[in-house]
Design a protein around this ligand. Structure first.
Ligand SMILES: Nc1nc2c(ncn2[C@@H]2O[C@H](COP(=O)(O)OP(=O)(O)OP(=O)(O)O)[C@@H](O)[C@H]2O)c(=O)[nH]1
Ligand SMILES: [Mg+2]
Length: 321
């Protein structure tokens, strides 16, 4: 481990935002020290609750996220914001509507905003998002908001990395058909009709509410629909309270604890798998044996699956130990 990484961690521990930013970059890029960094930070994690915000492009997600962050700050919560594959930059054009309030959020020491690309992330976007969230968690954030665009597979994956998911729709998509197609109805536990300054908003809200009646309740939770005008900050306090209500329920029912347990378990298993394979590889025989089996497969004398089974048998044979 490089000395510079050690001193970076020291700065991180005393709340240096530049160190936070650099550490996130290292984790994002699978820097050789990133495993050691995550390991060092692990004891400081476990407090932050993660909320996903997803929905069609241009629905007003970023505008809403910044309003939400502002609301969370009013409750003295420290906030991390992660935008996965953002189509437009944060604190950019979208914020013209409410410049004063937004610049307050982006200059606020209690808010940390970060974009990340899901392209090329080896372990999958959910895993990477989770690691970035872990870093933010260790930094002392209470809430982490993860924004994704709801058009592909990645936001469904990212939903796995968060505790609760807010689906943001606009009146035009409010009939729920699009949302249903994209699988958004499945992952949402809070729904928003943003841009409720538009005429058809009330109709859209009613249509969405009736579509949601078919959805099963989870632990007594029926997904609510909140109308917002993110540009004006309207309805954001209600949304914030619904999110807090949902998170409180997930905490009290033990779901958050269970998720953490699952996550730790799969982490240990994942690390172990890699290490066991590495160990067997180092013992020397394996590469040679794989070569031999490969030849057999190409000759038609075996299949990759059969060969793997044979090798497994040889590794397990007591004479090898
Ligand atoms: N009329 C109206 N416009 C809004 C509202 N909320 C956001 N907008 C506008 O909608 C546009 C898109 O807003 P963003 O917050 O960037 O939307 P987004 O969903 O984050 O967009 P992507 O990240 O690019 O998918 C901007 O021009 C906003 O000013 C609203 O409540 N009413
Ligand atoms: Mg956005």
């Amino acid at each position: 481990v490089a000395r510079s990484t050690e001193s970076l961690l020291d700065s991180f521990r005393v709340g240096d935002r530049v160190a936070l930013s650099r550490i996130i970059t290292m984790v994002e890029n699978d820097h050789p020290d990133s495993a050691m960094i995550l390991d060092a930070l692990y004891p400081m994690t476990g407090k932050a609750l993660r909320v996903g915000i997803t929905g069609p492009p241009g629905a007003g997600k970023s505008t809403l996220v910044e309003q939400l962050a502002f609301q969370m700050r009013q409750s003295s919560l420290k906030v991390g914001i992660v935008a996965v594959d953002p189509t437009s930059p944060f604190s950019g054009g979208a914020l013209l509507g409410d410049r004063v309030r937004m610049s307050r959020v982006s200059l606020d020491e209690g808010v940390f905003i970060r974009s990340m690309a899901s392209r090329g992330s080896g372990g999958g976007v959910a895993w990477k998002t989770l690691e970035v969230c872990e870093v933010l968690d260790a930094f002392g954030t209470d809430r982490i908001i993860v924004e994704t665009v709801g058009v592909g597979q990645s936001e469904l994956e990212v939903a796995d990395a968060t505790h609760s998911t807010v689906v943001v729709l606009v009146p035009e998509s409010g009939d729920g058909v699009q949302a249903m197609k994209a699988g958004l109805m499945e992952i949402g536990d809070i729904f928003v009709i943003n841009k409720s300054d538009r005429e058809s908003a009330e109709l859209a809200r009613m249509a969405l509410e009736s579509a949601l009646e078919l959805k099963q309740t989870d632990n007594g939770w029926r997904p609510p629909v909140v109308s917002t005008i993110a540009l004006e900050g309207k309805g954001v306090d209600e949304l914030f309270h619904k999110i807090e209500e949902r998170l409180a329920l997930l905490v009290s029912s033990g779901r958050i604890e269970m998720r953490r347990r699952e996550c730790v378990r799969s982490k240990i298993a994942g690390i172990l798998k890699t290490r066991i394979l590495e160990r067997e590889w180092r013992r020397g025989q394996l590469p040679q044996l794989i070569e031999e089996e490969t030849t057999k497969v190409l000759r038609g004398a075996s299949t990759p699956y059969k060969s793997a089974e044979i090798l497994l048998g040889r590794l397990e044979a007591p004479s090898d130990r």
